[in-house]
Unconditional design. Structure first.
Length: 94
């Protein structure tokens, strides 16, 4: 992702896949600025959590971890922000 000029990201979804993604990203220079989740919580893995309606334009990419909901989530986020979304599935198997 660094080759694609992606340095700051948000991760959509606070679950097991997100935990693994955070662990892998901690080995890189890519910074996870915040998590996005519909459930109300203050933090996940010591990273702040915001609601889908409160995504700021300060990240280069949103990685969506819920595979089956990717289309719905990315379509909804396009209504709120211009930040590109990528499925975790696409990131892994691309």
């Amino acid at each position: 992702m660094i080759n694609q000029n992606i340095h700051k990201i948000a991760i959509y979804g606070c679950g097991a896949f997100s935990r693994h993604l955070i662990a892998e990203l901690n080995k890189t220079n890519i910074e996870v600025l915040y998590m996005v989740d519909k459930r109300e919580m203050e933090s996940f893995e010591n990273i702040k959590v915001v609601s889908p309606d409160n995504i700021a334009d300060d990240v280069d990419l949103i990685i969506v971890t819920p595979f089956l909901e990717y289309t719905e989530i990315s379509t909804n986020e396009k209504k709120h922000t211009n930040i590109p979304c990528m499925s975790l599935y696409e990131l892994i198997y691309r």
